[in-house]
Design a protein around this ligand. Structure first.
Ligand code: NDP
Ligand code: OXD
Length: 318
């Protein structure tokens, strides 16, 4: 059982979308913790830690005794972007096996679905048409990862073990990359990375330097007919540029799990495009149990003057 390694009473607020389940886990793991939820927040100055994802405007600033912000997920842009929060309060990401397993399954599905022409088989089936075509060897299809952190690295290993050619690009070069992966780092190597990606997977965090990363000039730097998969944040993508690149045939497909506006509005042009596969931000999620466990472990750490696990570098924004 996860325990708060201190006897002092703790007050924790759980303000994420699915807060009931997380609040129950915290209460089950640490019955002595006073768990507050929206509508029952009590005296705000007593709250030491908060679990959230996109906190309400001004909420963080109103928690004057806050020592820890625990994100329910791997992404923290919804917290980092809060202009009124105290920048001294540490922010911790929740990283668990669920997220990595969910993300690798999603990305492998998206890559294989397109590479094997499954959309065509689905369309043929609707017309009872029996038309065989065989995909080339996956070794001849390069999947490139923009962002090789916790999730990019897990997906990279998975696609490598499935036999695909792999490439990756991040700010700094990495260790732990499969030996057969072509690795690139920094802005100066972006163009050469892109020119070999038959499929490009965006797994960057959303920061001022990555907002609008998936734009017209990037699409033009990919091989003609490339597939892009965005599982990071909607704001990485310049939506009109995607539509134009698909219309021109520069891209053959986009698989999107995340959108600038979620839920995707009813009249959004993406809904009616055959060449856009879309899902409602479901690629991967941490379990309520690991969010609660990591919150309690991190609260103990900050109470002891230590850095929480998976602590965000607030200057870098991820
Ligand atoms: P990490 O923080 O572990 O990794 C981020 C990677 O991006 C690192 O390799 C980092 O490089 C690289 N990077 C950051 N900024 C730049 C830049 N300017 N140029 C080049 N590379 C850059 O993130 P995770 O892998 O844990 O998660 C990635 C994102 O996935 C999350 O931020 C979130 O938005 C999204 N996500 C989506 C989910 C979904 O359901 N759709 C679920 C979970 C996460 P370096 O290491 O060199 O600093
Ligand atoms: C996350 C997400 O960042 O669910 O974890 O998008």
């Amino acid at each position: 059982m996860t325990e708060l390694r201190t006897s002092a009473a703790a007050v924790v607020a759980v303000c994420a979308g699915d807060y009931d389940e997380i609040a129950e886990e915290v209460a089950r793991l640490a019955p002595h913790v006073d768990v507050r939820v929206p509508g029952r927040m009590g005296d705000l100055s007593e709250i030491e830690a908060i679990v959230c994802w996109k906190p309400q405007p001004a909420l963080l600033a109103s928690l004057v005794g806050l020592r820890l912000i625990q994100s329910t997920g791997a992404g923290v842009d919804g917290i980092v972007d809060d202009p009124d929060r105290n920048p001294e309060t540490p922010i911790a990401r929740t990283i668990d096996k669920n997220i990595a397993v969910g993300m690798t399954a999603y990305v492998r599905w998206a890559v294989v679905d397109h590479f094997r022409g499954m959309a065509q088989f689905r369309a043929n089936r609707a017309q009872q048409r029996w038309e065989q075509f065989v995909a080339p060897s996956p070794k001849r299809h390069a999947v490139g990862f923009a962002g090789v952190g916790e999730l990019g690295l897990a997906c990279l290993h998975d696609l490598d073990s499935a036999g695909f050619a792999t490439r990756c690009w991040s700010r700094h070069s990495k260790s732990g990359i499969p030996a057969s992966t072509a690795q690139f780092a920094g802005d100066s190597e972006l163009a050469v990375f892109l020119q070999g990606c038959d499929t490009l997977v965006c797994l960057l965090p959303l920061t001022p330097s990555t907002r609008g990363f998936l734009r017209g000039s990037l699409f033009d730097a990919l091989p003609t007919g490339a597939h892009i998969i965005n599982v990071a944040r909607g704001e990485h993508l310049v939506e009109p540029d995607l539509l134009s690149a698909l219309d021109r045939g520069q891209l053959s497909r986009a698989t999107l799990d995340v959108f600038t506006q979620e839920p995707l509005p009813a009249r959004h042009p993406f809904w009616s495009r055959e060449d856009i596969t879309l899902t409602p931000h479901v690629a991967a999620r941490a379990s309520a149990r690991s969010i609660a466990e990591q919150l309690l472990a991190n609260l103990s750490a900050v109470r002891e003057g230590k850095k929480p696990q998976h602590c965000v570098n607030q200057l870098a924004g991820y």
